[in-house]
Ligand binder design. Structure first.
Ligand code: MN
Length: 492
């Protein structure tokens, strides 16, 4: 899960028409801009100046190199001068990496007293970037466009946002997921086309028998369990006398992680309907793995498990938690409607407001022993909930802005971790929008990421995107969903 090796390539467009002096200046400036931008804390990964592009063979060679280089997470282009775009076609049709067109200019202001035709020829991004925009539109190239001065914080923030989506896509391409058992019986939304998911997102979604996990469990040495229990005690408050149940969770966590490491997997699913040979549903085990960055989906929901791992990767280095969530129940007090989100057990402790407590309680379903789990309240603050659904033939990413709340009341009889929130634009309109779009009950909740990052990810993936925000209008949304259907039917 080491994401620190990623880099973004900066390629500056020009041509040979203006002579070597101009090209040397552009080269120097490209270097300077990449270095300065990389120093900004708003960019989570460095920008590396690669070349000034002057011919189609050169651009194609560069694109091939980018495609081959696993550490290259994306390409950033900018046209310093006019760069005739027919020479970009060969390269752009071959590009397999996320791509951002940064429409900027080296100088912020026009030097009115000194400006002459040499200056005009050197600094003509205003029409160079238009030529570039035309060809990428003509090619229907999925890309991010950012316009503005390259040193401005809002522009760097947009670039940083896109970088997180690009690294999410790179992470996604190599994602392997272990399913313990199948999806929960009869459930529709957790199903989906795993082959299409591999084609589109890169995910390898495969299943392993629960029996293999139980066999692994039986081989976990006691010393490893002792060590993990010590680690639990450092991070969490032990709020139970039932040490056997906690020990069981530690042992199952170690067994799950060994299997994930053996397979090189970063996400997993399980289901309470398929726990043959196990004494408890993994609760604390799943929660602690989730805190370490693994993706998880309950009831066999592999789409949400993969998306959780990807969003955790995208949120690298950011404050605020990211994890698996489920819409559970509402408070429909008129004018003050709020949601209560939780799961049976497996809520990620990165959401916790205070130190989570390890407790042991009956589960009520699944017919197994009472599982140990972490119980806590979620933090207050703005967040998003995101759902990826398979619409049959294509995927749709749905993102809703929410405002998480401090606990509105204590809930002494509710033995699970939970978060309460106000959905945008309000619970009822937001709910109607969510239902219209077909969003699932399982989501990834993130305090760290924004809808903008998810939109950039959807663009890179080439999947439908629905954003439910404070500005959502149901009439507009219906039109948008209709157009998406139509576009798909026309063979998008
Ligand atoms: Mn569930």
């Amino acid at each position: 899960m080491d994401l620190s090796a990623y880099k973004f390539w900066f390629v500056v467009g020009s041509q040979t028409l203006y002579g070597q002096d101009v090209l040397d200046t552009i080269d120097r400036r490209g270097q300077e801009m990449a270095e300065k931008m990389s120093q900004s804390p708003l960019l989570p990964w460095p920008v590396i100046y690669k070349a000034t592009a002057k011919s189609d063979d050169e651009i194609l060679a560069l694109v091939k190199q980018a495609n081959q280089d696993d550490s290259c997470a994306g390409l950033i282009t900018w046209m310093h001068t006019f760069s005739p775009s027919k020479m970009w076609i060969k390269g752009l049709v071959s590009l397999e990496k996320p791509y951002c067109h940064l429409a900027t200019q080296y100088n912020r202001e026009i030097p009115y007293k000194e400006i002459d035709m040499d200056f005009m020829n050197l600094n003509q991004a205003a029409h160079g970037d238009r030529e570039h925009g035309f060809i990428t539109s003509r090619l229907r190239a999925g890309r991010k466009i950012i316009a503005g001065y390259w040193q401005d914080p809002d522009i760097l923030a947009k670039l940083g946002q896109w970088m997180r989506a690009a690294v999410g896509a790179a992470f996604s391409k190599n994602l392997k997921l272990v399913r313990f058992g199948d999806n929960m019986r009869h459930v529709a939304v957790t199903e989906g086309d795993k082959v299409e998911a591999q084609i589109k997102f890169g995910w390898q979604v495969n299943t392993w028998p629960v029996g293999d996990l139980v066999a692994k469990f039986n081989q976990v040495p006691d010393e490893e369990v002792d060590k993990l229990i010590k680690d639990y005690k450092n991070k969490y408050e032990v709020n139970t006398e039932n040490t056997d149940a906690v020990r069981y969770q530690a042992k199952i966590q170690l067994a799950i992680e060994k299997m994930l490491l053996d397979e090189g997997a970063v996400a997993f699913t399980n289901t309470f309907e398929d726990l043959h040979g196990m004494e408890q549903l993994p609760g604390l085990a799943t929660q602690d793995l989730s805190a370490k960055g693994y993706g998880y989906g309950g009831e066999g929901d592999w789409k949400v498990a993969a998306l959780t791992a990807i969003m955790k990767a995208m949120a690298t280095g950011l404050e605020g938690g990211t994890g698996f969530m489920e819409d559970y129940t509402y408070d429909l007090t008129k004018g003050d409607e709020i949601s209560l989100g939780a799961h049976m057990l497996e809520v990620c402790p990165s959401f916790a407001k205070d130190k989570p407590k390890i407790q042991v309680h009956e589960l009520g379903i699944g017919g197994k022993n009472p599982p140990a789990r972490l119980v806590f309240e979620g933090k207050a603050g703005p967040a998003i909930v995101v759902s990826l659904v398979d619409m049959g033939g294509r995927f749709r990413l749905i993102c809703q802005d929410i405002q998480c709340l401090d606990p509105v009341s204590d809930m002494p009889n509710l033995p699970v971790a939970r978060i309460m929130w106000k959905a945008m634009p309000d619970l009822l309109t937001g709910l109607e929008a969510w239902l219209l779009a077909g969003g699932a009950h399982h989501t990834v909740l993130s305090y760290a990421l924004t809808a903008g990052q998810m939109e950039d990810l959807a663009e890179i993936w080439g999947v439908e995107f629905v954003h439910i925000s404070k500005d959502t209008d149901l009439r507009d949304l219906k039109d948008r969903l209709f157009l998406m259907d139509l576009a798909w039917k026309l063979g998008r």
